[in-house]
Design a protein. Structure first.
Ligand code: SF4
Length: 335
């Protein structure tokens, strides 16, 4: 069932004028929306008027899913816990992933390291957080298409006592991924694969033409080997597109279980896009098949779906008018 994308009962909206926060900052709070699941989306206005979003939430082991079929090899990425902020690295995105709301809005510009770091600092002050924060580059934009500023932000976070550690989630921009391996050994890496053949992945993620699955996984394996820490392969399940038993078998065959584990995600509805959210049972079956194939896996429950801030849902109100037009390009058969 599609969820309502209008604000629902129980969701609290505030805007900058009503907010007690009136500090000088390179970004200003445009508005904040709180989800019924406890997460909160902040919409930030940049100095040039562009809007970006970040999402904050608290992670506990349950909210990350139980890892099944764990094997030896490289150490797993650090167990997520506590306060987490998912930051944007670009205003808009020009990768154009067919399933992503952000990809439906025009790319405006890269964010500076300071604009990235400030999303975390401002969120912490608004929420009066005192314990360290975990940062994930998985908001608007492809972080490895803005590598200079993202790497500078990682360095700033590393020196920041308020930040516990940083994860980067990428589609897999191979040259920048190799640079990340050399220059950012402290980060945890998530690679968004979402398909097991180049044909399907290119339809979902046009950038796959430039960086196909084998190259992306090779770069991921190099990262895991260099730092002795597993890389998480994010796999968004789309009903009837990439959720077949054959996909699970191919995925297990593609991955070295000593270097990779799989994070399964259920796609969050984006109106106008030709995908359907699968039932939880399908995800459980897919997960069991991966475990049978020797690969560790876990299912991450969706966050913030009711406020359009879940994975792939981030899009500014201003950009919604572009959505229908751009979505037409997504209505091609995928399989
Ligand atoms: S999934 Fe990431 S890289 Fe793809 S369009 Fe969305 S923001 Fe850009």
């Amino acid at each position: 069932m599609k969820h309502a994308h209008s604000l629902q009962e129980g969701i609290h909206v505030s805007d900058a004028a009503q907010s007690p926060i009136a500090e000088e900052s390179i970004i200003s709070l445009d508005r904040r929306v709180s989800s019924q699941d406890g997460s909160a989306k902040s919409v930030w206005r940049l100095h040039d008027g562009n809007l970006v979003e970040s999402l904050s939430f608290d992670l506990n082991p349950e909210s990350f899913g139980t890892v099944e079929g764990a094997v030896g090899g490289a150490a797993p990425v650090r167990t997520p816990r506590g306060h987490t902020v998912c930051v944007s690295s670009q205003a808009g995105c020009n990768v154009g992933c067919r399933f992503c709301a952000t990809g439906l809005q025009p790319m405006k510009r890269n964010l500076t390291a300071e604009e990235i770091v400030e999303q975390v600092h401002r969120t912490r002050r608004i929420e009066e957080r005192t314990t360290p924060t975990r940062v994930i580059f998985a908001g608007m934009g492809e972080p490895l298409l803005n590598p200079d500023e993202v790497l500078r932000a990682v360095t700033l976070f590393e020196q920041d006592a308020e930040v516990e550690h940083v994860s980067v989630s990428t589609i897999g921009v191979v040259p920048a991924l190799q640079r990340l391996t050399r220059e950012a050994p402290s980060v945890d890496l998530f690679i968004s694969l979402h398909a097991t053949t180049d044909e399907v992945r290119t339809r979902l993620i046009p950038l796959n033409k430039a960086y196909p699955i084998a190259e992306v996984l090779r770069a991921g394996a190099d990262f895991a080997t260099a730092h002795g820490r597993m890389v998480d392969i994010s796999y968004l399940l789309f009903g009837g597109v990439n959720d077949f038993d054959e996909d699970a078998d191919r995925l297990a065959a593609l991955l070295d279980p000593e270097l990779f584990r799989v994070q399964l995600l259920l796609w969050n509805d984006v109106p106008g896009l030709p995908f359907s959210r699968i039932e939880d049972e399908v995800a459980r079956r897919f997960s069991a098949r991966l475990v049978d194939g020797g690969v560790s896996t876990y299912i991450t429950p969706s966050k913030a779906r009711d406020i359009d801030a879940g994975c792939g849902q981030m899009i500014t109100e201003e950009a919604k008018k572009h959505r229908v037009e751009r979505a037409q390009g997504a209505l091609l058969p995928l399989v």
